[in-house]
Every structure is written in C-alpha cells, then in structure tokens.
Ligand binder design. Sequence first.
Ligand code: NAP
Length: 245
Amino acid sequence: MEKKVALVTGASRGIGKSIAIDLAKNNFIVVINYNQNEELAKQVLEEVNLYSEGYIIKADVSNINDITNMYNLIREKYNRLDVLVNNAGAIIRPADWQEISEENWQKTLDINLKSVFDCTKMFSELLKKSMAGRIINISSTVGISSAPPVIAYSVAKSGVNALTNAFAKALAPNITVNAIAPGNIDTDMTQGAGEGLINWVIDNTPMKRLGKPEEIAYLVSFLASEKASFITGQIIEVAGGYDLR
Ligand code: NAP
C-alpha cells in the first residue's frame, strides 16, 4: 500500500516538530514546512527520516504566493495529500489590547487565521482524492475563552474554531476537519510569556505543569488515523484542566 502524505505547517520547532515526528512514527510521509529556521527544519527532517520519509518546504503561510508554491511542490513530488495539519502560528508582542498596533493586529490575523483558510482552500481538492482526508487545526484555549493580554491572537483562534466548524460541513463526507485547542505547552511561544506568567499558569493548572508538545502530537496522530473516521467539526481541548470552567 502506498504511504499516506501529511503536511505539517510550522514544523521546525515546538508542537509542529513533535507532530511531524509522531506522524512519521505512524508511517506517514511528512512534509515539514518552516518559515525562518532552516537549520532546525533540517534537524526535524533527519529525525523524520529515521522512521519514514520527509521533505522540507520553506513557506510563509501568511503569504498566498508561498502557499501556492508549497502546493505546486507537493503536487509535483507526491501528487497526493492525506493529512493537512494547520499548526503554524505566532504571538506578536506587544499583544495586550491596550498596546497592540494596527500592523500587529493584521499580521497576527494573517499568520494565525488567514493561513488556515488559505491552506484549507488550496489543498482541499488534493485531500478530497484521499480515501480518508483529514484536516487538523491547532487552535488554542484562548480561542474559546479569550485573553485580553493576547487579544488579536485570541480573535484569530476563535476564527480558527469557526473555520473548523464551517469546513467540517463544507468538506464532508470526504474530509474530516477537527481542531485541537492546547492549553499551555512548553515551547518557545510559552517561554516568550516570561517566568512570572508561566508560574501563574502552572499554579492555575490542575495538573500543576505545562504540557509537553508530544501530548498534542499524540492526539493529532489519532485524529489522522482510520480510528477517528467519524469525528468531525470538534474542538478538543488538551490543557491539563486549565480550561475547566
Ligand atoms: P513555536 O514554538 O513558537 O513554533 C512556531 C512554529 O510556527 C515554528 O515552526 C515557526 O517556523 C512556525 N511559523 C511561525 N510563523 C510562520 C509563518 N508565517 N509561516 C510558516 N511557519 C510559521 O510555537 P508552538 O508553541 O509550537 O505553537 C504551535 C501552534 O500551537 C501555534 O498555532 C500556536 O498558536 C498553537 N498553540 C500553542 C500553545 C502553547 O502553549 N505553546 C498553546 C495553544 C496553541 P520558523 O521557526 O521556521 O519560523
């Protein structure tokens, strides 16, 4: 049987890196997208190649021309796509509602929200040809319960949840579309919040720790598998209880 192909956006580090490696362990060919960190992406490629096969593509997912180029490269090399993981994201600081500029607001929405719409639209026809197409969006708990210190990012992630719902309906029955809403995971993004906030978060998380990137990756691999064939349109929180309200 031919191997399935998965594209993971923003896979040079953090959660995306773990997702790429776990999908490779589950026998997917993995396309590793990165934006700025080529060296790190090459290290991920080496690790992916230990278990399966990988291919790296530089693309800024907030730029439609880069997404088109990524699409053309994937079509030429594999002419198939079975799983799209819209993982790339960024918090642009200052992110507090009182300090955020117009440019920052727009860039935050372009990277975290427009990219998900554009990638889904671009890859939906290829995914439809798969016998079990999957789209998995990496959202956030702040997309459900917004946080004023990261207001544009919260709005963008709420939008990702809305896209998940809309595309689950629009792309059924060929493709399932789900989102994972992580709580606070130990990556560069969380470390950027500073020690004081991290300690506050840990105190307010019933599991009393940050999550590990692998703890998101395992759920992605499950949603990408045949076992998740009847799950669509869901926003699944993985937050160690931080999301309990
Ligand atoms: P991270 O450690 O900061 O890594 C971000 C990744 O996204 C990097 O691989 C980066 O690539 C890539 N990226 C950023 N902007 C991009 C762009 N314009 N085009 C393509 N790739 C881009 O972040 P993370 O914590 O792993 O976050 C991954 C996802 O989880 C994001 O969607 C984030 O919003 C979400 N999330 C994270 C947390 C958390 O606690 N960490 C919680 C909830 C949701 P380069 O390094 O190559 O530029």
